[in-house]
Ligand binder design. Sequence first.
Ligand code: GLN
Length: 194
Amino acid sequence: MKIGVLALQGAFIEHISVIQQIGVEAAPVRLPSELGSLDWLIIPGGESTTILNLMQTFNLIKPLKELSQAGLPILGTCAGMVCLAKKVSNSNNSNMETLAVMDMEVRRNAFGRQADSFETELPVPALGHEPFAAIFIRAPVIERVGPQVEILAKLPNDIAVAAKQGELVVSAFHPELSHDLRFHRYFLKIAASH
Ligand code: GLN
């Protein structure tokens, strides 16, 4: 199995390192020609406007959308979650074109300035009993989901911050920074079952 980590901008090196710690092959991808050989894909956190602009520039939007519609498992974290969402609010660009493959609306930079970045012990039932030390950095939140989307985690104020739709898994936080492999292992399990 080969995992590609979209390496246009953001925290792709950290994801590659987590996947390698799990013992699975991971490689950075940047070009449409590199997508065909992938079994699974990770879109990392970073700046979603930059990542989406670069996806346009490198002609990645259409092939990624098609691969996703054909069942390519994708993990999107933070800005990566924004890239997968059907609808984005709080974007500086009202026509921000995303991959629009996951039936949810997300709000960018949802925590404002004061709580801009924080870490919290987040219960994620799909990962087991132990909470996950979730690191949020200028994070988005999930505001609305369609019927096929399952919420995986909520903050104490009931705001959804991780979800799954078939073989697509997203988190508003950065699991690659937590020194806890469970979220990536969970994605690999979902991906392997599709
Ligand atoms: N605020 C960023 C965005 O909307 C996401 C931040 C992150 O990925 N850590 O793209």
